[in-house]
Design a binder for this molecule. Structure first.
Ligand SMILES: O=C(CO)COP(=O)(O)O
Length: 261
């Protein structure tokens, strides 16, 4: 079965719950206006935790053709973990996806590969598809070791995840030097690493699993560069930061197949 492209908007720490409702409404209307077809591209929003209940109510109540998820999940199930949100809580709110291991969490919260792996497994156990984020910093890119670096991150993130579980996993390649900088990776650079990511999945599991897993690119994705990136055989979608907060931009990205490559 061909992989359904996935465009996920990572809002990061932007928009309160009232603003979130406004953005989701406008996004849904714009997509409907443009005859958005969920079979051709799955569109996901990843708001802050405090917005999730409002987003759930809106999407469910109005039967909007949008999927939502969260930006992080606790590595623990319940108990004395002040400030944390469990996978079960996210599942109860109807979250279908959660990003784990975003470079901003690795950097600001010192999250390492082992923790990212636990978070991915917690998400899977709760029936939520983890979007596992990997990607090299500028120093690694300049040293030329970026492929091996990302392959090692993927290996570690998938530890103790079975082949059956791995089929639901999404892996997002987000080179740190491209995040929020306007410096998008070239389509060839994105393809090189996304294909290596798929290679690790094939090596760990099978070609069949590697054919199922969606590999996304993230980093300064915009309507004017998304089509060229999406034309690459191993890029199945994008994890979009800044552009996901702009309705016209994000809805154009969701219809990448109508844009010139
Ligand atoms: O970090 C990102 C998505 O998770 C990418 O952010 P930008 O699209 O703003 O570069």
């Amino acid at each position: 079965m061909p992989r359904t492209p996935l465009m996920a908007g990572n809002w990061k720490m932007n928009l309160n719950h009232v603003e979130a409702v406004g953005l989701v409404q406008k996004l849904a209307w714009t997509l409907e206006d443009k005859k958005y077809d969920p079979a051709r591209c799955e569109v996901v929003v990843l708001p802050p935790f405090t917005d999730l209940r409002s987003v759930q109510t809106l999407i469910d109540g109005d039967r909007l053709k949008l999927v939502y998820g969260a930006q992080d999940v606790s590595a623990n199930d319940a108990g004395q973990y002040t400030g944390e949100i469990s996978a079960a809580m996210l599942a109860k709110l109807g979250c279908r996806y959660v990003t784990v291991g975003h470079s901003e969490r690795r950097f600001y919260h010192h999250e390492d590969d082992a923790l990212v792996n636990i978070k991915a497994r917690k998400a899977i156990a709760a029936g939520i598809a983890p979007i596992i984020c990997v990607g090299e910093g500028r120093d690694v890119r300049q040293s030329g070791d970026h492929v091996a670096y990302v392959e090692a991150q993927v290996h570690a993130a998938l530890a103790d995840i079975t082949a059956e579980q791995a089929a639901s996993v999404v892996i997002a390649y987000e080179p740190v030097w491209a995040i929020g900088t306007g410096e998008v990776a070239s389509p060839e650079n994105a393809q090189e690493v996304c294909s290596a990511v798929r290679g690790v999945v094939a090596e760990l599991y099978s070609d069949a699993v590697a054919d199922t897993v969606r590999v996304l690119y993230g980093g300064s994705v915009k309507a004017d560069n998304v089509a060229a990136t999406m034309a690459q055989p191993d890029v199945d979608g994008c994890l979009v930061g800044g552009s996901s907060l702009k309705v016209d931009e994000f809805s154009a990205i969701a219809r990448f197949y109508d844009l010139p490559a």
